[in-house]
Design a protein around this ligand. Structure first.
Ligand code: NAD
Length: 492
């Protein structure tokens, strides 16, 4: 952390980005002038100095959010929904800019940002605005009483604190911001210090859409300096965290004295379970898709589990296809696999792979840095014969690293799939509808995909079992979390 002179605005990929916090409808630098350095994973170049918040900025943001809360919560639903649709319009109008800035900032593929991620950001506002108006504003939620009338209402909870990671920063933040605002709450966001820029652009979009001051606030900074004071702040009413399991433990402890409801979306070690009757083309396509975002995807099926009867063919075909992946600059629309986020993370991923090799794992492909590209480019890696129970099979690597294991019969496959502390997702490939029903029911995970992958409907519940999280969001589950659900009992 430095206190260098900080330009208020920097130009990133031709787009002007404000480097300051957004608090109470104003751009502010940190009280002590502190900044942190934002570095691009593409070439490890410095993008700029960003305001580094601490207790003072968090206090100011929570105070601004509390002040704005009554008017926002009391705003007629149609008006609130209309403002959120304007935010969605603003995102749609700036998809190109958001995509280019995010790609430079977190190194994920520009192609994915343009086609999938940024349009989804707009949907995160539009869907929950529609849900608020069409479903929640006209609830028919009464329970049969003993002659009493019981009216159930979804009251906004207050100030929602949102802390998010870098692998899909704007999409993951708005998946929380959309429903939190729709429910009538005000919000304080602490973006990831490794990819802080699009949160700042979102503040511009909120301002341009006409959101009242203080409804949406951004405090930039590191987890320890800006995140921690937010998690223990007595002025917050809900705490959303997306990130790693170790950080979640620290945050849960910090939030505990205030008895704040938590929504945690954490890591995973998900299985891709390929049964002996699987459509081979489909299974191979899904397996290779796991290298998306250089494997920095929480939902990734990092463990390829395949029935021994078809293992040889499956393995060969996965290798053939994975070898055609093009690794390179994510701004090149023909690139398939990009770089890892930071040098530290690169070393962590490599550490897992080198220890696995030392433990006896067989390298089928990759197995180390991409020496041709250098920098933070790590070769897509597939390992076999990993010792049972070894860390490469049990810990989240969060890089372009897959393992292959074989099993004999469905029962053994399910046992292997469920042999994890995590439970974020599981993917099953089988051609038999009856087996699909039976085996999917036996898998322990928040989301089970059958013959598909990464399909996420905003109305469906999303979250993790086991160590992968606390709670579910999406559709009514989001409003269950972001609201104080109240029952008013009227005498007959
Ligand atoms: P991380 O836990 O290191 O950091 C996440 C966020 O927490 C960052 O904004 C960071 O600044 C903040 N933070 C760190 N220490 C803090 C503290 N003491 N108090 C408050 N805030 C603090 O995670 P990461 O490396 O950024 O992200 C990768 C992890 O996120 C992986 O485990 C991945 O699986 C998980 N993830 C989960 C989902 C999901 O939906 N389940 C989605 C994406 C990523």
């Amino acid at each position: 952390m430095v206190t260098a002179p900080q330009p208020e605005k920097i130009t990133v990929e031709g787009v002007e980005v404000d480097t300051r916090h957004w608090i109470g409808g104003e751009r502010v630098t940190s009280a002590d002038g502190a900044t942190f350095t934002d570095v691009s994973p593409i070439d490890e170049s410095v993008i700029g100095e960003i305001s580094a918040g601490a207790e003072a900025e968090v206090d100011a943001a929570v105070a601004a959010a509390r002040k704005a809360f009554p008017a926002w919560a009391g705003m007629p639903v149609a008006e609130r929904a209309a403002l959120l649709r304007k935010v969605a319009d603003g995102v749609e109008a700036r998809v190109e800019e958001l995509a280019h800035v995010e790609t430079r900032d977190n190194g994920a593929l520009l192609r994915s940002h343009l086609r999938g991620v940024m349009p989804r950001v707009a949907m995160n506002f539009r869907f929950f605005a529609d849900y608020l108006e069409n479903d929640l504003a006209h609830p028919d939620m009464t329970v049969p009483g003993r002659g009493h009338r019981e009216r159930i209402t979804y009251d906004p909870a207050g100030v929602v604190a949102i802390i998010t990671p870098w692998n899909a920063p704007l999409m993951l933040a708005t998946w929380r911001i959309g429903p939190a605002l729709a429910a009538g709450n005000t919000v304080v966001v602490k973006p990831p210090e490794w990819a802080p820029l699009t949160a700042s652009l979102l503040a511009d979009i909120m301002r341009d859409a006409g959101l009242p001051d203080g409804v949406f606030n951004v405090v930039q900074g590191t987890g320890v300096d800006a995140g921690a004071p937010l998690t223990r702040h007595p002025g917050i009413n809900r705490l959303c965290f997306t990130g790693s399991v170790p950080t979640a433990g620290v945050i849960a402890a910090a939030a505990a004295p205030n008895i704040v409801p938590l929504s945690f979306e954490l890591g995973g070690k998900s299985p891709l379970l390929v049964l002996d009757d699987a459509d081979m083309d489909l299974a191979v396509d899904i397996a290779v898709e796991q290298f998306d975002n250089a494997g920095q995807v929480c939902l990734k099926g990092a463990r390829l589990l395949v029935d021994a009867k078809i293992a040889e063919e499956f393995t060969q075909r996965v290798l053939d296809k994975a070898r055609t992946l093009k690794q390179g600059d994510p701004r090149d629309l023909t690139s398939d696999v990009s770089a890892l986020i930071t040098r530290k993370h690169f070393d962590t991923v490599d550490g897992f792979v080198q220890r696995a090799k030392a433990d006896g794992a067989r390298v089928l492909m990759g197995g180390g840095p991409n020496d041709e590209l250098g920098g933070l480019f790590y070769s897509p890696t597939i390992l076999a014969d990993c010792p049972e129970g070894s860390e490469i099979l049990t810990e989240e690597v969060f890089g372009p690293v897959l393992t292959i294991e074989t099993f004999d019969g469905d029962e053994a496959g399910v046992a292997m799939a469920n042999d994890t502390r995590f439970g974020l997702a599981a993917t099953l490939v089988t051609s038999d509808p009856e087996r699909a029903e039976r085996v999917s029911a036996q898998l322990r995970a928040g989301t089970v995909w059958v013959n598909c992958f990464f399909v996420r409907d905003l109305g469906a519940p999303f979250g993790g079992s086991g160590r992968s999280g606390i709670g579910r969001e999406g559709g009514i589950w989001s409003f269950d979390f972001y609201c104080d659900v109240k029952n008013s009992v009227f005498a007959p």
